[in-house]
Ligand binder design. Structure first.
Ligand code: B12
Length: 353
């Protein structure tokens, strides 16, 4: 069982039988105890209560806050959502609209393993869970390395539940950009290398990427209402099947309030240009993992573009030395995730009114 409340066993809690000599809080948990238990600063807890209504349902006669177990679970969900980049008020709306049973589901409290299997990978996930709940920021680097190891382990043993939990762990303490750079991309590269060396089957690679897609899409969904303005079009180059970096970008752009038109892989180049025109997009990002020809067909298609358009290319497949500067089209090559985000976020919205 992965213990979502690592301090719980050592502490007394309302409604449970006290150990001899234990002091049971009479009404519920005071804010300081909740802060310590969940690793969330007390001022943050007070602010979530005051400003967003996610707080204790009880007060002492002296008007001090007292949290029940259910309140604490709500706070935990609030902290996960905000860590994924959901604005506090939207997170609070979602938390307050969730009933107790669904809350338990959303917190993955049912991660019991009655068959007792899962072995080393599940143990690794448990360790990571404990670390994440209790450790300080300084532990992040080690934590990221543990997560990568555990994700690769879950890929090898085709264990989707553990893998989904690990992805969520990564997103709980980091925004999606950091989670991509520190955890997801390194794990993908390891999985790719192991596949190339013949030490892991392609089914593991599929599982790793399919589950990651659904977690990244959850971040996009959670931020959907924040985005506005002319979109950034996200696509993979021509017949390129790899598109996970586009999903990570879509999620991170959404956190910045930038709209995306996610077209994914295998978009015919003429259809891509039509989409650019119809959506009056401010920029297009093209991903290539596999080698692209120097004479990229898409460059020719761009000749019809007569509005200011930033074309950003990324991924190891692009040859060096590409320059395209045709009228209003500006082509930029980026080598890492954060530069891609910076360039796309600052692309001028020529159609803004
Ligand atoms: C997941 C995956 C798949 C999935 C794709 C699912 C999906 N929805 O995307 C599936 C299983 C479908 C797949 C298929 C194939 N794959 Co594949 N796949 C991968 C894997 C594991 C991750 C891909 C990925 O997202 N990479 C993105 C990041 C994590 O990695 P990166 O590009 O190396 O990152 C560098 C930079 O790009 C930068 N960076 C990282 N993130 C970001 C983000 C942004 C925005 C920017 C700008 C930069 C940046 O940092 C890194 C440099 O320090 C890679 C391994 C790998 N190393 O990429 C293999 C890999 C790309 N695949 C490979 C191959 C060969 C294939 C297939 C041809 C296999 C086959 N025979 O069918 C097919 C491709 C078919 C096609 N027409 O496209 C090879 C490519 C080798 C090559 N250079 O030619 C790789 C490298 C595996 C390997 N080690 O050999 N694959």
């Amino acid at each position: 069982m992965i213990d979502m409340y690592p301090h719980e066993a050592a502490s007394s809690r309302p409604g449970s039988d006290p150990e001899p000599g234990e002091t049971v809080p009479e009404l519920g948990w005071p804010v300081g105890a909740v802060a310590e238990r969940l690793g969330i600063a007390a001022p943050t807890l007070r602010s979530w209560d005051r400003r967003h209504g996610v707080g204790p349902s009880l007060r002492t006669s002296g008007n001090h806050r007292r949290y029940t177990e259910l309140d604490i679970r709500r706070v935990l969900l609030m902290s996960r959502l905000t860590a994924q980049g959901v604005p506090a008020q939207s997170a609070a709306d979602s938390v307050l609209a969730t009933d107790a049973a669904t809350l338990a589901e959303r917190l993955d409290l049912d991660l019991d393993d009655p068959a007792g299997h899962g072995g080393a990978v599940r143990a690794a996930a448990g360790r990571v869970e404990d670390d994440v709940a209790g450790a300080a920021d300084a532990a992040d680097a080690a934590d990221a390395a543990d997560l990568v190891d555990a994700i690769v382990g879950a890929a090898r043993s085709l264990d989707p539940r553990t893998m989904a939990l690990l992805y969520r762990q990564a997103l709980r303490r980091r925004d999606v950009g950091r989670a991509w750079v520190e955890v997801f991309a390194p794990a993908l590269r390891r999985v790719g290398d192991l596949w190339q060396e013949g030490r892991l089957g392609v089914q593991s690679e599929h599982l790793t990427s399919e589950l990651l897609q659904s977690e990244l899409r959850a971040v996009v969904r959670a931020n959907r209402l924040r985005v506005a303005g002319a979109p950034v079009v996200l696509a993979s180059a021509d017949d390129e099947q790899h598109h996970l970096p586009l999903l990570a970008l879509e999620a991170e752009l959404a956190r910045h309030g930038v709209a995306s038109l996610f077209l994914g892989p295998r978009v015919p180049t003429d259809a891509l240009v039509s989409a650019l025109r119809e959506s009056q997009s401010r920029a297009v990002f093209l991903w290539a993992s596999l080698p692209r020809p120097q004479a990229e067909p898409f460059w020719r298609e761009l000749e019809v573009v007569d509005w200011p358009l930033e074309v950003v290319i990324g991924g190891p497949g692009w040859p060096t030395g590409i320059t395209v500067r045709r009228g209003p089209v500006l082509l930029t090559r980026v080598d890492d995730f954060s530069t891609a985000v910076r360039v796309l976020v600052s692309a001028p919205d020529a159609f803004a009114r």
